[in-house]
Ligand binder design. Structure first.
Ligand code: SF4
Length: 246
């Protein structure tokens, strides 16, 4: 397993020999693959190690396939279908449900939220929070061939989600905040701070956030975020779906 980015938790000592890191990621005791002076990286060692391990001999009962990687190019390649679906009324709203996962209670909210999204809506998802519900792809079905649940990748792919929003706003000749698009984010800490600040600096408003507020949000900061950006703590999936659908 090669870590290229994202948050790394302390690995089990029994697994350390199966791990490698590269770029900015590193962990004491884990082999690090650095670039040489020409910028080349030698992955042959871990490739040979992976091949030697041989993989799994059989499929685990209950295992399923997941379609992921709907980055902005994939979504925008069906932009005409998305636009046509919005214009015909087959697609009424797009929810971006994503963010970090965590052990704290309250994160079932996001599973229930996605399960309860109406059939004429799409859900874009990304980052660790998606692992709670991205297996619902089959259950949620599709709208005219577009899967209702599009897994866009990891938190760094927030860039892709922003590109989709900006492109749709261009097509509809409106601002991102005027689109039938709602962001419902699950919060933890770490680099998610940068992602939230990016969204705010782009002027994206009315983001729902939970299950708890970021640690840096004092009552004074919260007032500013609520007044200027409409940042709103999540309540219940039913209440929020009702409020956001409007
Ligand atoms: S979603 Fe959050 S926890 Fe997961 S890799 Fe990104 S910043 Fe880290």
């Amino acid at each position: 397993m090669l870590f290229t980015t994202n948050c790394i938790m302390p690995p089990r000592p029994s697994y350390v020999q199966h791990l490698a890191t590269t770029a900015e990621v590193g962990w004491p005791g884990v082999q690090h693959i650095a670039a040489d002076d020409k910028g080349r990286k030698d992955f042959s060692g871990i490739i040979a190690q992976a091949i030697a391990l041989g993989g799994w001999k059989e499929t685990k009962p209950g295992a399923y396939e997941l379609m992921t990687g709907f980055a902005h190019n994939a979504v925008l390649s069906v932009a005409d279908k998305v636009v046509a679906a919005v214009k015909s009324g087959a697609l009424k709203h797009i929810y971006l449900v994503g963010g970090c996962d965590g052990a704290k209670l309250g994160r079932d909210y996001y599973v229930e939220f996605v399960e309860k999204t109406p059939k004429d809506t799409l859900v874009l998802t990304l980052a660790c929070g998606k692992f709670r519900f991205n297996h619902l792809q089959d259950q949620l079905g599709d709208i005219g061939g577009i899967p209702r649940l599009l897994d866009m990748g990891q938190c760094n792919d927030a860039y892709s989600a922003i590109q989709v929003a900006v492109a749709l706003a261009k097509v509809f000749n409106c601002g991102v905040n005027d689109l039938p698009l709602s962001l419902v984010l699950s919060w933890y800490e770490q680099k998610a701070v940068c992602i939230l600040l990016t969204l705010l600096s782009l002027g994206i408003k009315n983001i729902r956030i939970g299950p708890s507020l970021p640690a840096f949000v004092s009552p004074t900061v919260l007032n500013v975020l609520v007044e200027k950006f409409g940042l709103t703590p999540i309540t219940t999936p039913d209440e929020d779906l009702k409020a956001l659908a409007g």
